[in-house]
Structure formats: C-alpha cells, structure tokens
Write a protein that binds this ligand. Sequence first.
Ligand SMILES: *[C@@H]1O[C@H](CO)[C@@H](O)[C@H](O)[C@H]1NC(C)=O
Ligand SMILES: *[C@@H]1O[C@H](CO)[C@@H](O)[C@H](O)[C@H]1NC(C)=O
Ligand SMILES: *[C@@H]1O[C@H](CO)[C@@H](O)[C@H](O)[C@H]1NC(C)=O
Ligand SMILES: *[C@@H]1O[C@H](CO)[C@@H](O)[C@H](O)[C@H]1NC(C)=O
Ligand SMILES: *[C@@H]1O[C@H](CO)[C@@H](O)[C@H](O)[C@H]1NC(C)=O
Ligand SMILES: *[C@@H]1O[C@H](CO)[C@@H](O)[C@H](O)[C@H]1NC(C)=O
Ligand SMILES: *[C@@H]1O[C@H](CO)[C@@H](O)[C@H](O)[C@H]1NC(C)=O
Ligand SMILES: *[C@@H]1O[C@H](CO)[C@@H](O)[C@H](O)[C@H]1NC(C)=O
Ligand SMILES: *[C@@H]1O[C@H](CO)[C@@H](O)[C@H](O)[C@H]1NC(C)=O
Ligand SMILES: *[C@@H]1O[C@H](CO)[C@@H](O)[C@H](O)[C@H]1NC(C)=O
Length: 448
Amino acid sequence: MLRPGMCLLVGALLAAFLGEAAGTTTCFAGNATYPACSDDTACAGGSCTASVGCYCVDPITQCLPSSNVTCDSSTTPCCPEGLYWFPNQTCCSEELNCDPACVTGKETCGYADGDAVCQCNNTAYLHANRSRIAPTVDCRGDVMTVSISKCLLERFQYSASNMHLLENNRTECSGPSYVDIVNNERILFKQVPLQNGWCGTTFSVQGEKVTYTNALYIPPDFDLPIIISSALNMSFSCTYNMTMQTSLQTVLHPLIGTVTLPAINGTGTAQAIMAAYTNDAFTIPYQVGDELTVGSPVYIGIMTTFTDGDNFTLRAERCVAAPSNASYDTTGVPLITDGCALNQDVNAQYVSNGETLEVRFKMDTFVFQDMPEVYIRCDVRLCKKQTPDVCKCSSSRAGRSGGATASLSIGPLDLSVSIDVNSGSSTVVSSLAVLWSSLLVLLSLRLF
Ligand SMILES: *[C@@H]1O[C@H](CO)[C@@H](O)[C@H](O)[C@H]1NC(C)=O
Ligand SMILES: *[C@@H]1O[C@H](CO)[C@@H](O)[C@H](O)[C@H]1NC(C)=O
Ligand SMILES: *[C@@H]1O[C@H](CO)[C@@H](O)[C@H](O)[C@H]1NC(C)=O
Ligand SMILES: *[C@@H]1O[C@H](CO)[C@@H](O)[C@H](O)[C@H]1NC(C)=O
Ligand SMILES: *[C@@H]1O[C@H](CO)[C@@H](O)[C@H](O)[C@H]1NC(C)=O
Ligand SMILES: *[C@@H]1O[C@H](CO)[C@@H](O)[C@H](O)[C@H]1NC(C)=O
Ligand SMILES: *[C@@H]1O[C@H](CO)[C@@H](O)[C@H](O)[C@H]1NC(C)=O
Ligand SMILES: *[C@@H]1O[C@H](CO)[C@@H](O)[C@H](O)[C@H]1NC(C)=O
Ligand SMILES: *[C@@H]1O[C@H](CO)[C@@H](O)[C@H](O)[C@H]1NC(C)=O
Ligand SMILES: *[C@@H]1O[C@H](CO)[C@@H](O)[C@H](O)[C@H]1NC(C)=O
C-alpha cells in the first residue's frame, strides 16, 4: 500500500504534467495543510459552499477544489490564501491569477490585500491626455448613467471611490454604482434615478421638453504625497420630449405597442406602453386568441417607463378606435377627446387619466361591421403637475403648457365575435355612420 505522502507526490507530478501539457499553469496538488477536496483519505466529504469557500467535512480544514469537486468562483472564494483560482483548469495554483481576467494590455494582475486583483497598467496610460477622461451620459426614462474610465481617473490620481453627486446626504450619492468592461476598458458607472431631489437632482421644463440635471464631483486622492489634479466637477443632464411618438411593436404577442421618447444630451429613451386587460384590476393582459365578447368590458392601460411621478403625470389626450391601422383619421371612432372619455357611441369610461404615470380606461367591446379587428391609437403626453390641476379630464387643452402630442397605438384586438342570441340585443349606432363615414356602421351589442 502506498503511504499518503507517496500519493501526494504522485498527484503532484501528475498535476504538474497536466499543467505543462495544457501550456498554462501548474496546479497546486495539495499538501498536509490544504488537501484536495476529492481526497477521501486526507479530506473526507470536501465541498465548496457559496460565499464560504471549500472545506473538508470538518469545518476547519480548507481544501482544494478540482473538476471532481467544483467551485464557482463568481460566488465562492475557491482557493486558500496564497493560492489563486484558474477557472480554465478548475484548480488552484501558486501562480498569481486574476479571475475574472484583467483587461488585456490595459491592466495587469497584481497582488494586493492578500488577493489577486486587476491593477491599471501604468505604462499603457502614461501618455494619456487628460481630456480623454471625458465622461458620457446615457439617458433612460428611469435613470441617468454617467460612465468614466477607471484607469484614466487613476492615472490622474483621482479618488474614484470618493466621487459623489451634487448633494451627498445618502449613501447612494457617493461612489460608483457598478463597474463593467466596455470596449476593452474598465468603466465606472454612476446611476442617478430620474427623481427630483435625489442627491440634488433637479429638473426644469422648457416648452415641450423636460431636463433633469445633477453634477458629479470627483476629488483627487489626498492620500498621495503629490497632488497633480484639481477636483473634477461636471454637471450632466438628460432632456426628454414630453410628447411621445408613434411606433408599434409586433402587434400580436401580446397586444402591446411601444413608443419612444427621444432624449437629447444623451442617447437614451423613455417608453410608453399600451396594453389591453381582461379584468378591472388591470392585471390580466388580453392575449391573442382570447375571445372578447361584444358588449363585454375591456380595460386599456397606458404605462410609461418615465419615473418621476412626483412632478409628472401621464395624460391621454385623444384615443381613437379604428377597424384598421391606416384608418384612424377616416373611419376612427373617438374614445377619449381632450383627455375626457366620450361616453357616446361607444361606451368608454376613464378610470384614471392625468393623475399618475399610468392612464387607465375601460370600454365596452364593439366591432365594426364586416371588420373583425379593432385598433386603438392614443396621443399621450407627460403633463407637469401644477395647481390648479391641469392634467385631469376637466381641464382643456388651452390650460396646459404646450399643445403638441404624439401617438401610441395598439392593435389589432382580434375580436372573435360571439353573439349570444338569447341575451344580446343589437343596436346599430346609425349616427356614427353618418358622422364619421358612410362606410362605417358601428355595431354595439350589449349583454344584460
Ligand atoms: C501547504 O501549501 C501552502 C501554500 O503554498 C503553504 O502555505 C503551507 O505552508 C503548506 N503546508 C505544508 C505543511 O507544507
Ligand atoms: C480560458 O478559457 C477562455 C474561454 O474558454 C479563453 O478565452 C481564455 O483565454 C482561457 N484563459 C487561459 C488563461 O487559458
Ligand atoms: C502595459 O502597457 C504597455 C504599453 O501599452 C504594453 O507594452 C504592455 O504589454 C502592457 N502590459 C500588460 C501586462 O498588458
Ligand atoms: C490633449 O487633447 C486636447 C484636445 O484633444 C489637445 O488640445 C491638447 O493639445 C492635448 N494635450 C496633449 C498634451 O497632448
Ligand atoms: C438631502 O438634502 C435635500 C436638500 O437639502 C433634502 O431635500 C433631502 O430630503 C435630503 N435627503 C436625505 C436622505 O436626507
Ligand atoms: C459643482 O458644480 C455645481 C454647478 O455645476 C455646483 O453647484 C456645486 O457646488 C459644485 N460642487 C462642488 C463640490 O464644487
Ligand atoms: C419631440 O417631439 C416632437 C413631436 O413629437 C418632434 O417634432 C421633435 O423632433 C422631438 N424632439 C426631439 C429632440 O426629438
Ligand atoms: C447639454 O445641454 C446643455 C443645456 O441645454 C448645453 O449647454 C450643453 O452644451 C449640452 N451638452 C451636450 C454635450 O450636448
Ligand atoms: C416636484 O414635486 C415635489 C413633491 O410634490 C414638490 O415638492 C416640488 O416642488 C416639485 N418640483 C417642481 C420643480 O415643481
Ligand atoms: C401601423 O402603422 C404604423 C405606421 O405606418 C406601422 O409602423 C405599424 O407597424 C403598423 N402596425 C400594424 C399592426 O400594421
């Protein structure tokens, strides 16, 4: 029988051989302090546990994972101190290794605080121009994101961890929000929700545009003996159109259209989405193939990804139903006009309009004669809250700032008309035919 020491020696030679064959690194084979987790003699029941690490069945002896006893280095410290994880070889080695890998050319794998970490390659940034620090801002309806190169900041001896926004009175105001590698460069991202007052964010409305502004302040590293840079303080802003433009996603799965709010001083967008629901809680979306019985209620919700609900509401100015995507202007039947539901030819009632960032209304299902489909298009806008309340139904268009709106549409609501002969009574709303088009006859069937 082989002595344990012999086993280890053979293992070490084998591992060394495999390591050389792969042309990468020499796996550490294990010793009395750190046996292999899969070694049933020296380490019974070894395993790796997320956030804890790899231990034998006793919770004291650290062990070495391998392909037999796997370790996920994204959640688990895989190797004991002084050894580094090589994910490609699923082993620990005495050779320094950064996992995840460092940015090629721009970073080197170094040793700091007992761990292998990516450090900026000073040679690569030595002749960098300070103007290259130029941060960028990305604008979305819910968040502004400023991005900036970590190594360029370090090159000019800025203290990225001490960066903060205009006001610094909560923990989220300071430090980067997250770090990622973009275009072969490690980038720090600072995210600022679109919310008036958050770490000093303010907004201003000019005409049909709203602009959110904040500033990012990055101090130099005062721990260094020589300070070569003044503090960076740059303001950034995201501007959004308050009116929305037409765009329609693939209409059928499910019935959701999308509009885009173009942004300036950034590349981002906010979106508004219209969906049809079958219940009055607006929670069960209408699916393609669902039967909508004429006369039964259908619930329409319009939401936006724009998040500053303290200062803005979403208001549907006008909604029109039509038998085809192209006929809103000719054969369309208005559901909402000037922000108010028209309970006229078609029974439409708004549940909420201009009160929150969601518009809700209800209508009784109807069909156009000989046309199985119904499309709905809405003109929606962000409405700035003010006193007196100008966003709700009762206020006229003239009372609000600006006039233009853009559209959002949905459809087709594919109506598999099922008419219950016993309980249904059909009413031809003839006035509509006269009013809107000689071709159109609106058939409204009510079930009592
Ligand atoms: C085992 O290897 C580790 C890492 O190289 C080392 O720190 C430790 O002293 C070794 N233990 C023995 C008993 O050789
Ligand atoms: C590890 O594997 C990945 C993909 O499988 C490869 O891109 C990378 O170069 C490998 N790293 C080493 C050090 O072999
Ligand atoms: C560091 O940058 C220099 C200059 O670009 C380059 O020659 C060198 O290979 C880089 N070092 C590493 C480890 O990538
Ligand atoms: C840095 O870039 C700016 C603008 O591109 C340029 O005007 C300046 O001369 C550059 N400075 C150096 C030292 O190259
Ligand atoms: C931060 O300061 C602003 C203005 O000074 C204030 O409105 C806000 O409530 C403060 N936030 C916190 C979390 O203290
Ligand atoms: C940064 O600039 C803004 C104006 O853009 C100013 O209000 C703020 O006080 C400045 N912050 C610092 C720390 O200088
Ligand atoms: C804002 O919307 C209006 C109309 O919807 C459009 O004409 C204008 O070009 C948009 N502005 C920007 C900056 O996209
Ligand atoms: C961003 O908008 C402000 C105010 O409208 C303007 O002064 C500034 O030049 C703009 N910046 C860019 C990069 O377009
Ligand atoms: C935004 O809304 C908050 C909360 O209702 C209010 O205190 C603040 O004055 C509003 N800001 C503007 C610029 O209207
Ligand atoms: C409706 O018309 C618009 C504009 O012409 C188009 O972008 C959209 O794809 C159409 N939708 C359907 C369902 O045909």
